[in-house]
Design a protein around this ligand. Structure first.
Ligand code: SF4
Ligand code: SF4
Length: 377
């Protein structure tokens, strides 16, 4: 199993980022040795929202720049590509790069920012639930991917890190089609793992200098976790990060462990740290997403399983005062269960699959998660 290298870091200053970029490749003998003759590199950041780098939701441009510089110095041709949530078009991608500070951060480097917004179908016969994926075009032309993700809690998948970040290789609205095709969380995470395994990901860099807790991936609170984790295996990387955050039973990792891609539980021995150093990085009192079943809901879920729990499960609700009536939630709901009525969205609960895409994509934080009152008693 791949080792996880953990580096303490507290800020995104130029000096910290330069040192980090060197550290990231150091265990592999440096960037040149890591590339080992391969030159076409795609760096996949997380640019899920335009809400700004201080939210902890998106890849910090200073970190992206430092990694690109290190790869360029090793002779790589570097392309940065990402498909954020929402429409995947040339203008939308360009505007996302600009809003996330990427265009400005990389403007003087010979790095290609992929904005053509083209896609292709990639077959993946080994997939357990999905045998092919529509992917953004540069994936077809790259030799390896550097997966530059954020460490966050997630309303649907509980944790979002390396293996979840590669969902951003699926173009825009195709992501919502996959949500609709795999409405149950157990199938959805299997699809995510199929997708991740189909890609030539060579290195995963999980940034927790400023991560997110609570209603991630976009509507949570920023929190400094104070470390960056690096591994050749996204699953090992996620297992260790989730452990440091105190998260157990992460569905995507449960599936990965069942496939033999990582152990069922993390241990400091999987990392470069000794027990004392590892334990010192543990995050206390992490804020969980409101969607996470707890107390009586969690107990009921264990006893009754899916159907009964659907009646009581947390569901998205609209704060009609905050809602600006932009209609994005209705446009992107994978199962089209949101209807705009008199300029405001109405959720038809019966068909809701609790994917929380509406919360993720609402630009005004007008979608919140409500738990059944009976279960709070
Ligand atoms: S996306 Fe948010 S602001 Fe826009 S209509 Fe939906 S709830 Fe209202
Ligand atoms: S209403 Fe929201 S949570 Fe429910 S299916 Fe639509 S996008 Fe997902």
């Amino acid at each position: 199993m791949d080792k996880v290298y953990i580096y303490k870091a507290a800020d995104y200053s130029e000096d910290t980022m330069r040192a980090l970029a060197k550290n990231v490749f150091a265990p592999y003998g440096g960037a040149t040795a890591f590339l080992n003759g391969r030159s076409k590199v795609l760096v996949k950041p997380n640019l899920v929202t335009k809400k700004g780098i201080d939210t902890g939701a998106t890849t910090h441009p200073a970190m992206l720049r430092a990694i690109c510089e290190e790869l360029l110095a090793a002779g790589a041709e570097v392309c940065v590509a990402e498909s954020h949530g929402g429409t995947y078009s040339k203008s939308a991608v360009k505007s996302q790069f600009e809003a996330c500070g990427v265009t400005n951060a990389l403007k003087d480097l010979p790095v290609k920012l992929y904005t053509e917004a083209e896609s292709y179908i990639a077959e993946y016969c080994e997939g357990t639930v999905a045998k092919s994926f529509e992917l953004i075009k540069p994936i077809a032309e790259t030799e390896l991917i550097i997966n530059l993700c954020k460490i966050k809690t997630h309303a649907m998948t509980l944790y979002s890190g390396a293996a979840k970040n590669t969902f951003g290789t699926v173009p825009g609205m195709r992501k919502f089609e996959l949500h609709a095709r795999f409405p149950a969380i157990c199938d959805f995470v299997r699809m995510l793992n199929d997708l991740h395994l189909s890609l030539p990901v060579a290195l995963n860099i999980a940034d927790g200098i400023l991560g997110m807790e609570g209603n991630g991936p976009t509507a949570g609170k920023s929190r400094s976790f104070g470390f960056v984790a690096v591994s050749g295996s996204a699953f090992m990387c996620d297992l260790v990060c989730a452990d440091l955050l105190g998260l157990r039973e992460v569905p995507q990792l449960t599936d990965a462990a069942a496939r033999g891609l990582c152990p069922t539980a993390a241990d400091y021995g999987m990392s470069n740290l000794n027990k004392e150093e590892y334990d010192a990085l543990r995050i206390k009192n992490l804020l969980l997403p409101d969607s996470k079943p707890r107390g009586k809901v969690a107990a009921l879920q264990r006893v009754c399983g899916g159907r009964v729990i659907k009646l009581f499960s947390p569901r998205p609700k609209i704060n009609r005062i905050v809602c600006a009536g932009c209609g994005k939630c209705a446009e992107y709901c994978p199962v089209h269960t949101i209807e705009m009525k008199n300029g405001k969205p109405q959720i038809h609960r019966k068909d809701c699959i609790a994917c929380f895409c509406c919360q993720e994509l609402c630009p005004f934080k007008a979608v919140y998660i409500k738990t059944n009152r009976i279960l709070k008693l």
